[in-house]
Design a protein around this ligand. Structure first.
Ligand SMILES: [Zn+2]
Length: 284
C-alpha cells in the first residue's frame, strides 16, 4: 500500500540528483557511445498542468515525439554552453511521449531528449520552452479553522508532495495536495452540510462541505462519486469517499481546499489549509 509514497519519494530524489549541471560534452555533442536504433525526435511539449510551450519549475512536462521509449533523460538547455543545462529523468515514457518534472533553475530554451542507446535528439528549436519560476508559497493567513477542531481527512500514511502541491504553488493552486494510495478512506475534516457532490473534468469526483461557521472544505479527485449526497449532514470523521486520481490529477491524492465564509465560490476565498491539516495530523 505504500508503493505510491515510495515511488514519489524516488521521483523527488531523481529531481535532486539531476538538478546538477550537465557536462557540455554530454549535453551538446551527443552521447559519444555506441548508437543504434533511430534517434529520438522531439516534436512538441506541453505542461501537464496546462499551457503549451511554458511550464513552471517543479511541474510535469509532457514531451511528444518519436523513439522516446528508451529516453534516459530530458535536457533543458541553458545559455552557457552546458554549464547551466539541467537534466531530468523520465517519470513516464512510451514511444511517443516522455514525462519529466521541470528541474528547478531550468532556463527558458530548447529541450532535447537523450537516449544512451540511440543518441540525443536535436534540440527542439525553434520550439522553446518558457520555464516559469515557481512562486513562493503564499504568506500564511490567520487560520480559518481553530486547530483544536477537526479530523485529518486521509486515513492512512500520507505525504504533502512538493512545493508545487502547496497552496499557491504551480499555477494558482488553491489547495493542498495530500498523497496517499488510491482507495484510502476519506473522511470529513469538519462537520457540516454537503453543498456539492459531483463530477467535474478537472476536479474529478468531488464534494464540498459547508461548516456551521460558513467556511467550506472541498475534497477532489476521489476514486468514486462521494458516498454522501448533496444536502446531507456529515460529522467530522465520517467517511465521504476514497482517495483517487479522477479528473486532472497525477498520482493518487486528495486535493483539499479550505475557504473562508461565506464559502466555496459563494463569496469566500481560499486560504492555505496546510496549518489546519498539520494540526489535525498531529492529533492523529
Ligand atoms: Zn491539487
Amino acid at each position: 500500500m505504500s508503493t505510491t509514497l515510495t515511488s514519489r519519494c524516488a521521483l523527488a530524489a531523481f529531481a535532486l540528483a539531476f538538478a546538477a549541471p550537465v557536462s557540455p560534452a554530454g549535453a551538446h555533442t551527443g552521447t559519444g557511445g555506441a548508437s543504434f536504433g533511430a534517434r529520438p525526435t522531439v516534436k512538441s511539449f506541453e505542461c501537464v498542468g496546462g499551457g503549451r510551450s511554458q511550464c513552471p519549475e517543479g511541474e510535469l512536462l509532457r514531451v511528444r515525439g518519436e523513439g522516446l521509449e528508451r529516453a534516459d533523460s530530458v535536457i533543458f538547455l541553458g545559455r552557457n554552453g552546458g554549464s547551466d543545462d539541467r537534466r531530468a529523468r523520465p517519470a513516464k515514457r512510451s514511444p511517443h511521449r516522455v514525462v519529466v518534472r521541470v528541474p528547478s533553475s531550468a532556463r527558458t530554451g530548447p529541450v532535447r531528449v537523450v537516449s544512451r542507446a540511440a543518441g540525443a535528439s536535436r534540440a527542439s528549436k525553434p520550439k522553446r520552452l518558457r520555464v516559469i519560476e515557481a512562486p513562493a508559497p503564499a504568506a500564511q493567513p490567520a487560520p480559518v479553522v481553530p486547530a483544536g477542531e477537526g479530523v485529518f481527512p486521509v486515513r492512512a500514511r500520507h505525504d504533502f508532495g512538493t512545493r508545487t502541491n502547496r497552496f499557491g504553488g504551480g499555477r494558482g493552486h488553491q489547495g493542498q495536495d495530500v498523497f496517499a494510495p488510491c482507495g484510502t478512506p476519506l473522511v470529513a475534516a469538519l462537520s457540516g452540510v454537503v453543498t456539492w457532490a459531483k463530477f467535474q473534468a478537472r476536479a474529478g469526483n468531488y464534494a464540498v462541505i459547508a461548516a456551521d461557521d460558513g467556511t467550506s472544505q472541498a475534497y477532489m479527485h476521489m476514486l468514486k462519486p462521494a458516498t454522501v449526497e448533496r444536502g446531507a449532514r456529515v460529522a467530522a470523521g465520517q467517511q465521504i469517499g476514497q482517495v483517487g486520481e479522477t479528473g486532472r490529477a497525477t498520482g493518487c491524492h486528495l486535493h483539499f481546499e479550505l475557504w473562508t465564509a461565506p464559502g466555496w465560490y459563494t463569496g469566500g476565498k481560499p486560504v492555505d489549509p496546510l496549518p489546519a491539516l498539520q494540526a489535525w495530523a498531529a492529533r492523529g
